[in-house]
Design a protein around this ligand. Structure first.
Ligand code: 5GP
Length: 342
């Protein structure tokens, strides 16, 4: 529906590699025939489901396809353009810096290339403000996490506000947050904002208690925080007391089977509490979705009227890691859009 596409939107939880569209994946696959990668290995089609484990296998395949600076520049620009075309006016992209010895890609060049892509899109006057969260893959352990924090800190200071924070992601069943806590503390102390995947699976209960002591600036998924699904009131209280916004990705959670059905998505629990909830795509390419589709899904599943949908989209501005002045500009833009519609 045009309403959802035209609605100005803020995307705060988008993994770069998972956001690569089917069209771009096709281009990459065609360009690297020797890898022998089939399409079914890179996207999960509508109605299909995979386990979270299987989803992480998809990322491994995608990483093989994106192994040069050139690829990275191309996919980042394409992803930014696609979000802009879908009506996203402010975007925080997250990505894990990777080394590719074969092509000479280093972690620092990785970060620089993403920043360069963001700059190029700005020069091309694409109507979207893009920031970058440097991601820590939990599977790589505490030393890599510390190294990543150092990289993020350096680019926070030299990227004119493009690098604003960090993400903690990767397979939630591997590693423990307690080992990563020192790195995350360090990141926080140097002024990096923290968007952490938390309670994505039930076994992360203790870890979430621990991570909440940081505290994070936003929570990714938070699927198993509330007691109705095996979380606890103590977790809910801490999240509410500190007013930590949740990044919620409906399609992703259904397709990767961490949530049973749209109706049972924890969006409802938190939304009814009046807690800040931000609808996000997670991996729009892998899960074949878009942010406008996520808004439409939330509206139809939970019976939100257009006013409520507007409020959701507008509230997301304040949950972003943009500087206050930018948030104010965005608020003004939203108000202008709205008056044009009425
Ligand atoms: P990249 O960091 O390479 O740009 O994006 C892909 C990576 O994002 C994956 O390897 C994984 O670490 C992370 N990721 C993407 N989707 C999810 C998700 O749903 N849950 C978690 N925990 N990590 C994810």
């Amino acid at each position: 529906e045009p309403f959802y596409r035209e609605l100005p939107k803020v995307e705060l939880h988008a993994h770069l590699t998972g956001s690569v569209s089917v069209a771009t994946m096709k281009q990459l696959i065609t360009g690297k025939p020797h890898l022998n990668i089939k399409h079914s290995m890179t996207t999960i089609r509508k109605g299909q489901q995979r386990t979270l484990d299987e989803c992480f296998e998809v990322f491994k395949v995608l990483h093989q396809l994106v192994d040069t600076e050139e690829d990275l520049l191309m996919i980042t620009k394409a992803v930014i353009r696609e979000f802009a075309e879908d009506g996203v006016r402010y975007l925080e992209l997250r990505s894990t810096p990777r080394v590719e010895t074969k092509t000479g890609l280093t972690k620092r060049r990785y970060v620089e290339t993403v920043i360069e892509a963001i700059r190029q899109c700005k020069e091309e006057d694409i109507d979207i403000d893009v920031r970058f969260l440097v991601a820590v893959d939990r599977r790589n352990g505490p030393e890599v996490a510390l190294e990543t924090v150092k990289i993020a800190e350096d680019y926070m200071l030299s990227s004119d506000g493009i690098v604003v924070g960090m993400d903690l992601s990767g397979d939630p069943t591997i590693g423990h947050g307690k080992d990563l806590l020192p790195a995350l503390q360090k990141a926080r102390n140097c002024g990096l904002k923290l968007a952490l995947h938390m309670s994505e699976v039930l076994s992360q209960k203790e870890e979430s208690e621990l991570l909440l002591t940081l505290p994070p600036d936003r929570i990714g998924h938070g699927t198993f925080l509330h007691p109705e699904v095996g979380g606890s009131m103590s977790l809910v209280h801490k999240v509410r007391q500190q007013n930590i916004p949740l990044e919620l990705c409906l399609t992703s959670n259904i397709m990767s089977k961490t949530v049973e059905s749209y109706e049972k998505h924890h969006f409802l629990y938190w939304y009814q509490l009046g807690h800040p909830c931000v609808l996000c795509t997670d991996d729009k390419g892998v899960f074949s979705t878009s942010l406008s589709q996520e808004y439409q899904l939330a509206a139809s599943t939970f019976g939100l009227d257009q006013e409520a949908v507007w409020m959701l989209s507008q509230q997301a501005i304040n949950c972003s890691f943009a500087p206050e002045a930018v948030k104010e500009q965005l608020q003004q833009r939203w108000a202008e859009y709205k008056s044009q519609l009425n």
